[in-house]
Design a protein around this ligand. Sequence first.
Ligand code: IPM
Ligand code: MN
Length: 349
Amino acid sequence: MYKIAVIPGDGTGPEVISEGLKVLEAVSKRYHFEYETKIFPFGGEYYLKTGITLTDEDIGELKKYNVIYLGAIGHPEVKPGILERGILLKLRFDLDQYINLRPVKLYNSSFCPLKDKNPEDIDFVVIRENTEGLYKGMGEFQNKGTPYEVAIQVSYNTRKAIERCIRYAFEYTRRRNKNKKLTLCGKTNVLTYAWDLWERTFYEIAKDYPDIQTEYTHIDATCMWMVKNPEWFDVIVTDNMFGDIITDLGAIIQGGMGIAAGANINPEGVSMFEPIGGSAPKYTGKNVINPLAAICALSMLLENLGEEEASQAVENSVIKVVNTKLRSLAAGKMGYSTKEVGDLVVENL
Ligand code: IPM
Ligand code: MN
């Protein structure tokens, strides 16, 4: 019996999670596994009502679950940073979900904004370090409010966190068994402390993986190649900030936020699965948002639970729906409502 903690969260989060849970129910019957869910209220509304984002006790409670299924965090009436840091990043950090895994996979070339790119050209995975870097929140203001004000934001990188992330990336590249190529994406030419450590660690660990081809690209060039030659990539490993940026670019070349999913993984603990698109306030409550990103996140969640066949079945159904039904992957333009797209995935399972 799997225990699944569900945090629908803000904006369109609840709508897409509800479609994901609909698919979960259907696929659990087909593949004969049992689960129980508990809904947690964390998010903007809860914060506005109680002043609480997420407590240490809540983290303790979440540790009792096998996995977490998250909708979206972000509320237009809450100042930027409070919910992001107080909920989303606290979950990632306190549960030590040190890998942020984001597949970039095009299912249908007509939804790709790049000219002449097909599904075989866009199929790579970004592994983003998920606990440190600029996201650590280290820094300070000096002379705040004066003309001499200084804002310092530190990128914090430990050998330990870099090493476990890079090792995971090598193992993943081997397991994925596609081109067996791992690209380190950084900025060694300017950020000469952080990326020196990353690069040294990368090539040291590479010695343990002679079967994996290694490559280094700067972050700016990576953005260019992702648009020009996405077929060059197999697995990319990078830090928290660069990973954040290139996975939005990745999302758009795979067809948009409507389809992009990610996993926050603690290989030894509780992992969390989410659509990466955010709370989309302007589409909230309209039954127009695309639930496929949340359903793809569910597929990743099932894989994490060891339900490989169920996971594959969900992905196959998504592929079928994308290729035979939807007019677009964008909110309001799919030709179907949010709920209808969820139904289509269930029907095609
Ligand atoms: C993401 C999001 C978050 C991040 C925000 C909401 C804090 O953009 O998951 O990519 O920056 O990690
Ligand atoms: Mn992001």
